[in-house]
Design a binder for this molecule. Structure first.
Ligand code: ZN
Length: 271
């Protein structure tokens, strides 16, 4: 059965499934629909025994600009004036649980990143086991600066950047280039933009040739290393702190001064 998706694409290349954000005109912003469709496709890939590796990418110039702040003006749970309970319910499901489903996939996953990979998108891409980036890719989580929230919902940053760089990136809201991300070990490989798809696919196909159950077991063990270090407890604790930051005077001030303005500024910087 072929699934009908509005905001993502799903391609099968032998044992590899490639799922892409597909709202290039909106900088692949992650709307509720997109996140729901992405989670659906992830579940289908997880359940399909023929799929051995998942690639997560974005069509067009950018991987993704992150959560769809424009849509956020209307959606209960993230729109201004949402109650604590409404926001908790929405962000738990769409931002936290969907992300952890990618992290917990039993099969190897690779993020394929070009252009912008910002905030919510930084969090989603970093749920993958590996990252291949094009030389024009850049990573950032500026929302502490721009919105007055405590980072994004899933604080994966220290695990993928190291504590020192995580602090720098979050305290300054600055961008991390693909080459710097590779140097510090957050990105596995950097390739030319026109080689991104082929290089990522070649890596995925290479991985897909390993015995799938052995792969599943080694991924399980590696993820358990992070769990033994307290990953899940730390992520859950930050989710609560992040929710607190949505109730502060500082956050409310950024909403009052106009989310529209913040969105326009972000778009200008990226185009
Ligand atoms: Zn939030």
């Amino acid at each position: 059965m072929k699934e009908q998706y509005q905001t993502i694409t799903v391609e099968r290349i032998e044992a590899v499934v490639r799922i892409c954000h597909n709202r290039p005109a909106a900088l692949n912003a992650e709307s509720s629909t997109l996140l729901r469709e992405l989670d659906h496709a992830v579940r289908v890939a997880e359940a399909d025994p023929e799929v051995r590796v998942m690639i997560l990418g974005g069509k067009g110039r950018h991987f993704s600009a992150g959560h769809d702040l424009k849509e956020a003006l209307d959606v209960v749970g993230i729109k201004p004036g949402s109650t604590v309970e409404e926001r908790w319910a929405y962000e738990s499901e769409y931002f936290f649980e969907y992300c952890l489903r990618i992290l917990d996939m039993s099969k190897p996953t690779i993020a394929q990143v070009q252009g912008a990979c910002i905030a919510g998108a930084f969090m989603v891409a970093n749920m993958c086991d590996l990252i291949v980036a094009s030389d024009d890719a850049y990573f950032a989580d500026p929302v502490t600066h721009t919105l007055g929230t405590a980072a994004v919902e899933v604080l994966i940053h220290p695990y993928v950047l190291g504590m020192r760089k995580a602090k720098e990136l979050l305290f300054t809201g600055s961008r991390l280039s693909a080459s710097e991300a590779e140097r510090i070990g957050m990105v596995n490989r950097v390739v030319a933009r026109n080689e991104l798809e082929s290089a990522t696919l070649a890596l995925a196909q290479d991985i897909s040739r390993a015995p799938p159950f052995a792969l599943r077991l080694i991924k399980r063990s590696l993820n358990r290393v992070m769990d033994a270090q307290g990953l899940r407890v730390a992520l859950s604790a930050h989710f609560d702190t992040h929710q607190l930051s949505h109730q502060t005077t500082e956050f409310k001030k950024t909403l009052e001064s106009g989310l529209d303005k913040a969105i326009a500024q972000a778009r200008n910087k990226m185009s």
